[in-house]
Design a binder for this molecule. Structure first.
Ligand code: ZN
Length: 356
């Protein structure tokens, strides 16, 4: 009998310990650990905290053309609080996805730049991750029906973000404005002797550096798989990456902080309290791979012939492979909230730089 009591006590103690660890977020740290093959994350805070300056769809629809023009004039005098003028979204999703005006290939084999949009003192580069044959990650899909892929989501957000920023007198360089690759023939652009997607990243960096952009934001959606390659529908959260190994890393970190906090706020404004995975060094992006810098963020290396020349962040707001977040990414209001969040972060960053 004593033995049975002892077993019950031990089992109870272990259960309480696990409950404590789970509730206090011990498991959350598994993201950065070396042995977390199948960590499980849940956002446990379903609170609703709308951003004070969020413009609702109804407010947008109510804006007359004159009011819209007036709003754009007001944008000339942005305050240090980072007020963002949000214009109505006049874009057509179908047109956005069309590939009728793919920039021509230049003699070197990569595409001609998309023209810089807008007018104003500051210039930001937006890289909508993936494109062309590289479709990025896919949503979790219990029915086996593919409703979108990452390249489309990133592009939709980038096009909307461009329009909002232009309305706020910030010039925007997009690495791509349609569903195409910059280096479609997989030429060895970075000179490492390998023809791979690293060359696509280098081709984009070359365009970004040539544009003279002062700031770079790379847009992605996250993905998680199990060891056997199948999708992990339980892994979720918002992550922003920066590189700590650049001359301007302090600015990159600050920009990443702004992006991260605005994205969390933007998602909260549509009712989703995203799990905060934090602002993370790019070297920690994948615990299963050797520690390597992200090509768009990192310093010169065998894979990065000509690194980015400006403060930068790469954002992964949601997991396309997660059960709930994959659905969020199919919602226009979620993409709108993300585009507005990025606009706020970029405008706040430029305001801070100007105030120095
Ligand atoms: Zn991606």
């Amino acid at each position: 009998m004593k033995r049975n009591v002892l077993i019950i006590v031990i089992v109870t103690a272990v259960a309480l310990g696990l409950l404590w660890a789970w509730s206090s977020g011990v498991f959350a740290g598994a993201y950065e650990s070396e042995n977390a093959a199948t960590p499980v994350f849940y956002a446990l805070k379903p609170t609703f905290t709308p951003a004070a300056d969020m413009v609702t769809a109804e407010q947008l629809a109510a804006l007359s053309a004159a009011e819209t023009a007036d709003a754009q004039v007001k944008a000339n005098a942005l305050t240090a609080s980072g007020d963002v003028i949000v214009i109505p979204d006049a874009r057509d999703d179908q047109a956005d996805q069309a590939v009728s005006e793919v920039p021509p290939l230049l003699a070197g084999g990569t595409r001609q730049s998309v023209p810089v949009a807008g007018a104003g003192e500051h210039l930001v580069a937006i890289d909508a991750g993936h494109g062309g044959i590289d479709e990025g990650t896919y949503p979790y899909n219990p029915n086996g029906t593919l409703t979108y892929n990452e390249t489309q989501i990133n592009l939709k957000i980038a096009l909307r973000l461009r329009d909002i920023l232009v309305a706020n007198n910030i010039r925007v360089f997009l690495t791509r404005d349609g569903d195409y690759a910059i280096n479609p023939n997989w030429l060895d652009i970075n000179g490492d002797g390998i023809n791979d997607l690293g060359d696509e990243s280098q081709a984009r960096l070359d365009l970004i550096n040539a544009s003279g952009a002062e700031l770079l934001l790379a847009l992605h959606q996250n993905a998680r798989t199990y060891g056997d390659g199948s999708m992990n529908p339980e892994y979720n959260g918002s992550t922003t990456y920066y590189c700590a190994d650049r001359p301007f890393s302090d600015l990159s970190y600050r920009f990443a902080e702004l992006v991260h906090s605005e994205v969390l706020g933007g998602l909260a404004s549509i009712g989703y309290d995203s799990f905060d995975q934090g602002v993370i060094e790019d070297l920690n992006i994948d615990e299963f791979e050797p520690r390597r810098h992200l090509i768009v963020l990192g310093p010169q290396s065998d894979r990065i012939a000509r690194p980015s020349q400006m403060p930068a962040a790469l954002d992964e707001p949601l997991f396309a492979t997660h059960r709930e977040e994959s659905i969020l990414l199919s919602r226009p209001d979620v993409l709108e909230a993300l585009a507005q969040a990025y606009a706020r972060a970029i405008i706040r960053y430029f305001n801070e730089v100007d105030a120095r």
